[in-house]
Ligand binder design. Structure first.
Ligand code: MG
Length: 203
């Protein structure tokens, strides 16, 4: 399986990092070794001094597809979860300043903690889902999928023009504003609507 991230997909987050609104989705990869499941702890990497949380809705691909038309894209996913797109902001800043890829800043070990997945049939509309993140029991990010610049169907269709999607692939769909640093000892809890789906510690 592969993990695909969408960068800069919420306008309020683009503003907080003083980035430009992209004219096409910004796509990046994380390797499978980035995954953390079952609320296992995240181990702070020794190479960075500025790892940020980014809470995101994660879409799980349910069947193979390439060149998927946007109007049929909803047939290619049926589950969502919540995840953290951990980002070594210091390494990302270095890469951005040189116009280089974000691979190490986004793909390091443990940079993709994910929750279990819920059936989309539990929700009325994938583009109207509330999600939020607590850092040490204080709300630091909250968003709604209707605020995405590029909605899920568009993103799935777009990616599939370049990269074949396969069953089990995960798409991190972007973060709303409120990103910030974590430190050893922190606790993170992420919710979809009022349900806590992710609860883990930084070691
Ligand atoms: Mg992100």
């Amino acid at each position: 399986m592969k993990i695909i991230g969408v960068g800069r997909n919420y306008a309020d987050h683009i503003k907080e990092l003083s980035n430009e609104v992209p004219d096409e989705p910004v796509i990046f990869f994380k390797p499978e070794t980035a995954l953390i499941t079952r609320n296992q702890p995240f181990f702070y990497p020794s190479f960075s001094n500025d790892v940020h949380y980014e809470v995101e809705i994660v879409v799980k691909i349910s069947k193979h597809g390439k060149n998927i038309e946007e109007q049929f894209a909803h047939k290619y996913y049926n589950q969502i979860g919540v995840g953290i797109d951990f980002t070594a902001r210091d390494y990302q800043a270095k890469a951005k300043s040189k116009g280089l890829p974000w691979t190490l800043a986004k793909g390091f070990n443990g940079s993709a903690p994910i929750s279990g997945f819920k059936s989309l049939s539990d929700f009325k509309d994938i583009q109207d889902i509330n999600f939020h993140l607590l850092l040490n029991d204080e709300t630091v990010q909250s968003g709604n999928t209707k605020l995405m610049i590029y909605n899920v169907a568009f993103v799935v269709s777009y990616i599939s023009q370049f990269i074949m999607l396969k069953k089990g692939d995960l798409i991190f769909t972007g973060t709303p504003k409120g990103v910030g640093p974590v430190k050893v000892g922190d606790n993170l809890k992420a919710y979809i609507e009022e349900e806590k789906l992710l609860d883990f510690n930084v070691r």
